[in-house]
Design a protein around this ligand. Structure first.
Ligand code: NAP
Ligand code: MG
Length: 497
């Protein structure tokens, strides 16, 4: 190093180099046209129809804060029309159709999603803020995979309950959240249709675009009218749907608070209900774990989809002997995460889904500081506009801190330590939730022991956030009940006699 730069280097305050100090990627925007219409009506009985009340609401791109389109606000009368259309379709067509024929429609939908994958991925990224590489490589392919998987089951339903008879419910009411809009739709609609039900689904208010594009796919696939109905709107629209007398089965994914409210409102009915709710997963790192791999798993566990993941590894439990080393490696890794334009193919972390969610994350982060945890945020540059949040980790967290107990649903990790496997299990299970967990160790026996003792619906070993349509997903405790995916998930859409 020349003498001059040596002395100027000495004058610089000690700061870790951040990505972009030395060199920068060229922009690599995904340019496919998402083909978003300027406004979307409701999709009822195979057609796009205006809402009864004539009202609409805007859908916002969280990375630019600009409006993308207007979306119809469905009222109780629209929910009623949709449920009646679903019932007619079930009685006249879908309920009578052979499983083999139903399967052909599901295959067709899956293939159309593949054909239009790029367009769907861009739309999902623009509406929700997630990085294009995730929408492209995860959300859209997983949505198609769920239709392929369930298409294969449609003519084999009797094998789900040998020696017994299975029958669809008829009309299913489904309400989904905003974090994986298209994928959550696929998790709901594919098994329901394969089982012979017709559906009315309400997407989340802030992420309706890919659902309405899915309506176009239903038309393209020539799915009989009324088999799939989509009613956009807010919480009231969702409440009208779950309470509608024709929805004999209700499937909800969302927050524990709303799930609880729905369950109370249906307590006096005979509806079959499944709830997929929130989580506060423990990701356990033992001292014999492969540390670099574990750090990748930690990053994936908490920063995937900006941490808007119900099964996010949001509580990191590290064995005390390696805690410092893990934190140091994690900070180094965080320094090279790229936060920014979600449409850029090199972006790792996109925009927080909405202003409201940004504020919620900010408030919980402030509570972490106020309660005495030590905060570290990566020093990346954030775009001037849009709802962006720095990847954040808290060390020195104790079980009583809000950031150790409450679901943050953002790129914020709370780190706790443990000494023995027993203490790890006790801390991991000390939560109202029980959706998922991770275990990192070199010992197979420890993995088996931990996965038996952790009260979580899914336990990943030496990996995190892995999904497959054949693998059931769901919670214990306040994370809900019922499963999605695999034969168990399909059975939730069938009466067994
Ligand atoms: P949310 O506020 O509970 O909303 C979920 C859905 O319910 C939205 O479509 C919402 O409409 C609707 N809704 C609101 N009030 C309702 C009511 N009274 N009756 C019927 N429907 C109602 O949850 P979110 O903020 O969208 O999503 C985040 C939550 O979902 C997190 O807690 C996360 O853990 C959970 N989640 C769980 C899973 C899982 O599989 N376990 C998967 C993904 C997400 P609006 O859009 O108008 O609010
Ligand atoms: Mg949006």
């Amino acid at each position: 190093m020349p003498a001059a730069s040596k002395s100027s280097a000495r004058r610089q305050p000690a700061r870790e180099l951040v990505f972009g100090d030395l060199w920068e990627y060229d922009p690599a925007p995904e340019t496919a046209d998402p083909q978003i219409r300027s406004s979307y009506d409701l999709f009822i009985d195979g057609k796009f129809v205006p809402p009864a009340g004539g009202k609409s609401f805007p859908s916002i791109n969280p990375a630019t804060e600009k409006k993308l389109c207007d979306v119809a606000l469905g009222a109780a009368a629209d929910v009623d029309a949709a449920c009646r259309a679903a019932q007619r379709a079930h009685q006249r067509v879908w309920g009578k159709m052979s499983g083999q024929e139903r399967g052909k429609y599901l295959y067709r939908i899956a293939r159309l999603l593949q054909d239009r994958a790029r367009e769907f991925a861009v739309a999902e990224t623009m509406d929700g803020g997630k990085p294009i590489k995730e929408a492209r490589d995860f959300d859209v392919p997983m949505a198609a995979a769920h239709f392929f998987y369930h298409a294969g089951w449609a003519d084999k339903l009797e094998h789900l309950a040998p020696g017994r008879t299975v029958a669809p419910y008829g009309v299913v009411g489904q309400v989904i959240p905003w974090n994986f809009p298209l994928m959550m739709l696929a998790w709901k609609i594919a098994p329901a249709l394969a089982a012979g039900n017709c559906v009315v689904l309400k997407p989340a208010e802030t992420s309706s675009i890919t659902a309405m594009k899915f309506a176009e796919v239903c038309q393209q696939a020539e799915l009989p009218a009324g088999v799939v109905n989509l009613v956009t709107g807010g919480g009231e629209t969702g409440a009208a749907l779950v309470q509608h007398p024709l929805t004999t089965k209700v499937a909800f994914t969302g927050s524990t608070e709303v799930g609880r409210r729905i369950l109370c409102s249906l307590a006096e009915t005979e509806k079959k209900v499944t709830l997929e709710l929130g989580g506060k997963a423990a990701n356990l790192i033992f001292e014999d774990a492969p540390l670099d791999q574990a750090v990748e798993g930690i990053v994936n566990g908490i920063f995937f989809n900006q941490g808007h993941v119900c099964c996010a590894g949001s509580r990191l439990l590290v064995q005390e002997s390696i805690a410092e080393e893990v934190l140091a490696r994690l900070k180094r890794r965080m320094a090279v995460l790229r936060v920014g334009d979600p449409l850029d193919k090199n972006t790792d972390i996109g925009a927080i889904h909405s202003r409201e969610q940004w504020r919620k994350i900010e408030a919980l982060v402030k509570s972490g500081v106020a309660q005495g945890a030590e905060m570290h945020q990566s020093a990346c540059r954030l775009p001037a506009r849009g709802y962006f949040f720095r990847p954040t980790v808290f060390s020195g967290v104790s079980m009583s801190h809000r950031i150790a107990q409450e679901e943050i649903f953002g790129p914020v990790l709370s780190i706790l330590t443990f000494r023995t496997p027993e203490e790890a299990v006790e801390k991991a299970n000390n939560t109202a939730y029980g959706l998922s967990a991770g275990v990192w160790t070199d010992k197979g026996s420890l993995i088996l022991k931990m996965s038996r003792q952790l009260r979580a619906g899914v336990v990943w070993a030496n990996t995190y956030n892995k999904f497959d349509p054949a693998s059931p997903f769901g919670g214990y405790k306040q994370s809900g009940f019922g499963r999605e995916g695999g034969p168990q998930g399909l059975l939730e859409y069938l009466r067994v006699a």
